[in-house]
Structure formats: structure tokens, C-alpha cells
Design a protein around this ligand. Structure first.
Ligand code: AMP
Length: 197
């Protein structure tokens, strides 16, 4: 299965993407993690993106798309993957369509998190860069950036929403169960041969 995880910063999306990927036996591909790894290793790519990331800006598409394209071409991704943090822009959606085809993505899992609940949760975590204002700003930016992606994926009929508030284990099970229901429904809908009696 090729899955995309979408959710606001701080909602636990990355953690859940990693857990679900492990349970499904497919790689968790996070462009943010890949960039951080390059920076940590001091690669040429890492040196190019370091200052961009520090400024909180987006890495140019030509760099991001090439890195992602190489990653999903690796053999462990042949049976599927969970994308996390890519695509983030309409241009990147088009680039991904170019890489895996318009029907290449099986589903988009969207974390539904209430803004006030997220603020409450992150403030309770007590990190210095988490003030109510920065949390609300990040949430706003996320919504502005994500809305256009969902306008593309929504009409394709592949979006499923997950309640992102709750116990970590519970949410993992919620996602796995929603994916299971979705794939079963789709198999039936697609007219796959049914079992003969
Ligand atoms: P993340 O961990 O997903 O929040 O990503 C951390 C940083 O990596 C972002 O702030 C960007 O600078 C960069 N980055 C990650 N994914 C992308 C992407 N799809 N397009 C552009 N920049 C990205």
C-alpha cells in the first residue's frame, strides 16, 4: 500500500506513521527526517539545506523531489510505503503523480485534530518554543498549505479521516482498522472476484 499521512505539527503524525509502517511492514519515508539525516552526516545535500531548514523555509522542489524519487525507487519500497511530510505543495503532488502515476497513491490519512485541543496538549508538553501564539500560527500555516492538497486528493476519493486525539496505542489501532476497512471496501467496490460458495 502506498499511503500519505497528513496532519498538523505536534499531532503525533510522525510517530503514528512510523508505528503503522512497522505494523504493515513497509518503510516510513519522512522527507524531514531524511533532510535532518543529511545535515547530521554533513553531506553536500545536508550543507545545502541546513540554512533553509533553520529559517523554517521549504527546501526547493528540485532537491526534495529528486531525493524522494530516489528513495521510493529503493527495493524496500517496492510493496508500498508511508509518506510523511511529502507532498506538501501542489507542485509536489504533481511531481509525485509523475513518479508513481495519478492512481499510484492508495490512500491519504488525514489527522483530524481540534485546534484548541492541540494547543492544550502542546502547552502541557512544556517546550520553550511552544507558546500558544506559535502553536496557533503553525496550525494556521498547516491549514493553508494542506487545504489545496486535499482539494486534489478529495475528489480522487482516497482520503480517510482519523480522530487524532487520544491514547497513542488507541490511535495506532484506529488507523490500522480504518485502513483495513478502506481496503476491504475498495476491493469489493473494484469488483475483485468474490469467493464462490
Ligand atoms: P518536517 O520534519 O516534516 O517538519 O520537515 C522539516 C523541514 O524539512 C521543513 O521545515 C523543510 O525545511 C524541510 N522539508 C521537509 N519536507 C519538505 C518538503 N516536502 N518540501 C520542502 N521542504 C521540506
Amino acid at each position: 500500500m502506498r499511503i500519505l499521512f497528513v496532519g498538523p505539527p505536534g499531532a503525533g503524525k510522525g510517530t503514528q506513521a512510523a508505528r503503522v509502517a512497522e505494523r504493515l511492514g513497509i518503510p516510513h519515508i519522512s522527507t524531514g527526517d531524511m533532510f535532518r539525516d543529511h545535515v547530521a552526516r554533513g553531506t553536500e545535500l545536508g550543507m545545502r539545506v541546513d540554512s533553509i531548514m533553520k529559517a523554517g523555509e521549504y527546501v526547493p522542489d528540485e532537491i526534495t523531489v529528486e531525493m524522494l524519487g530516489e528513495r521510493i525507487a529503493e527495493s524496500d519500497a517496492a510493496d508500498g510505503f508511508i509518506l510523511d511530510g511529502f507532498p506538501r505543495t501542489v507542485g509536489q503532488v504533481e511531481a509525485l503523480d509523475g513518479l508513481i502515476g495519478r492512481h499510484g497513491l492508495d490512500t491519504v490519512v488525514v489527522f483530524e485534530v481540534d485546534e484548541d485541543a492541540l494547543v492544550e496538549r502542546l502547552l502541557a508538553r512544556g517546550r520553550v518554543d511552544d507558546t500558544e501564539e506559535t502553536i496557533r500560527t503553525r496550525f494556521q500555516v498547516y491549514q493553508e498549505q494542506t487545504a489545496p492538497l486535499l482539494e486534489i486528493y478529495g475528489p480522487r476519493g482516497i482520503v480517510i479521516s482519523i480522530d487524532g486525539i487520544g491514547d497513542m496505542d488507541e490511535i495506532t489501532e484506529r488507523i490500522l482498522s480504518a485502513l483495513d476497512t478502506y481496503t476491504t471496501a475498495r476491493r469489493t467496490h473494484d469488483g475483485a472476484p468474490k469467493e464462490r460458495r
